[in-house]
Design a protein around this ligand. Structure first.
Ligand SMILES: [Zn+2]
Length: 313
């Protein structure tokens, strides 16, 4: 015969199981993460609760006249000495809402569309002092800005983000350095060349079920990656990584061989959307994918297409 204590134990274990089930059910009911590639280092990431933009650069101006420009692109040429003007029609067609904008550094191909997008959406922007001062120049209020230098780890509702100190691509065959910052608010509007680097960051964006590590350049501080263990890496992939010591090997080991790697900042950003990026795919992404296959056979490399959405369950 079953004793009252049996029922008590049974009831208690059912209660415990029910409690254990609640987070499990909640987890399975969470929507998958969706990552929409905006080109350059730009992303729109959503888990169904919040929308996070990363370096949203939509205007893709026809910069200069040299390599990278297509004869079929009949838009007006833009020079580095020209004032930057955002393609607001293009932005409006792609961005209606945003909660956060993460900015890796302040070069025009990362920051120049952020003033318009921040004003339009009211999104909070996380970036360097230089990034924040440029946004102040365009009238973005302080309560929308989170100036960071790397090392911060901020908890927001439904989302947390760790700011990872980083370094810029070794441009100009490793002769690149730019230590300029805006420690005061510059005068708007800015010329293309006024969008100075102002320091470089990476971000570990934590959603309910995923940790996404973002890169806005083709370089990193190796020791800053250890322990982050993202399951999704938006990896800086470009030819400027050539000449860096074991770039792919150190990146994969430092990030503990993420389950999913999606190349970022690999396309020719002087071309408008809709133009073929096949040359960049073949030159940069196919070799990268083959290299990752050798270094980490379990890792899935997903090649993004402009304005295409990648879903990760
Ligand atoms: Zn840059």
């Amino acid at each position: 015969m079953k004793t009252p204590s049996f029922f008590k134990t049974r009831f208690f274990s059912l209660f415990i199981n029910a409690c254990l089930c609640i987070p499990y059910l909640a987890q399975t009911q969470t929507e998958p993460l969706q990552l929409k590639y905006l080109g350059t280092a730009g992303w729109k990431i959503t888990d169904g609760k919040i929308i996070v933009l990363v370096d949203p650069y939509i205007s893709r101006v026809k910069l200069g006249t040299g390599p990278g420009i297509s004869p079929d692109d009949d838009r007006k040429t833009v020079l580095r000495s020209d004032y930057f003007v955002s393609d607001t029609v293009g932005i409006d067609s792609l961005i209606t809402r945003a909660d956060f904008i993460l900015v890796h550094h302040s070069h025009f191909d990362h920051l120049s569309d952020v003033p318009y997008i921040a004003k339009k959406t009211g999104a909070k922007v996380i970036g360097t002092e230089t990034t924040c001062n440029i946004l102040r120049a365009y009238g973005i209020p302080n309560d929308q800005l989170y100036p960071v230098k790397g090392g911060e780890d901020y908890q927001f509702e439904n989302f947390s983000v760790r700011v990872v100190p980083s370094i810029h691509s070794a441009l100009n065959k490793k002769h690149y350095i730019d230590n300029r910052v805006y420690s005061e608010v510059p005068k708007a509007p800015l010329r293309v060349s006024d969008f100075i680097e102002g320091g470089s960051l990476m971000f570990l964006a934590r959603f309910d079920n995923h940790k996404v590590l973002t890169m806005g350049s083709m370089n990193f501080v190796e020791r800053e990656l250890f322990g982050l263990e993202p399951d999704i890496l938006l990896a800086g992939v470009n030819q400027s990584q050539l000449g860096l010591y074991k770039y792919n090997e150190r990146l994969l080991a430092g990030t503990n061989y993420p389950k999913v790697i999606i190349p970022s900042h690999w396309d020719n950003f002087r071309l408008p959307y809709g133009f073929s990026q096949q040359a960049a795919v073949e030159l940069k992404l196919i070799p990268f994918k083959e290299d990752v296959k050798k270094l980490s056979p379990e890792t899935k490399v997903i090649i993004p297409t402009h304005l295409g959405t990648i879903t990760v369950n």
